[in-house]
Design a protein around this ligand. Sequence first.
Ligand code: ADP
Ligand code: ZN
Length: 216
Amino acid sequence: MDTSNIILVGPPGAGKGTQAIMLREKLDALYISTGDLFRSHLSNETDLGKEAQKYMSAGELVPDALTINMLSQELEKKADDHGFILDGFPRNVVQADALSELLDRKDLSIDLVLFFNVPNDELVRRLSTRYTCKVCQAPQNINESEGNATPKCNLCEGELYQRSDDAPESIKRRLDVYDEETKPILNYYEEQNLLTEINSVGSVEEVFTRVEGALQ
Ligand code: ADP
Ligand code: ZN
């Protein structure tokens, strides 16, 4: 499976990021998360980071030209004998077309698109209790009931923070953007016979078992 090229798609809050971290440990592939890349540009205060922030905090997509350019540079890091995992890209049909062209030129192709599916009410609940590790970027859910001790990352003990786009107004907008812009790429990949749906309700381990099943 080491040379597989995999795309992860799902609404915000579907647990894509958590599963991506586990998948990345299992497969020796280049992992690219456009969300993580934008956040790292942001914390390094690059021009791209400042530009992207305007859209991210509002729950909008960063313009395609910027996103596609960043992705294509990152893909250059891929070694010949390793695959890639794309997390959060493509997010609309324009990006999906751009990716196909980019891969064609490199004589590469997509092997599998995993669609993480979760009902909407569950998504809202998950996103509003979601915190993100400042160090390793792992997402995790913190309940008020768990006490007011400063929460730490359960993977690396790093400090956790709430992303500005996990504020209630942005959550609503991100879910709408997902419905309008991202959902159409499910059909796009379904027509190419690449799509596998993963029921993402259940524990992290249960969902990962389904992911492993889809890789067989
Ligand atoms: P989520 O956890 O909501 O799936 P991500 O971490 O993948 O979020 O992305 C956070 C934000 O970064 C998005 O809401 C969007 O503003 C921006 N972003 C990430 N990937 C893309 C993309 N492929 N195209 C446009 N904007 C993107
Ligand atoms: Zn961490």
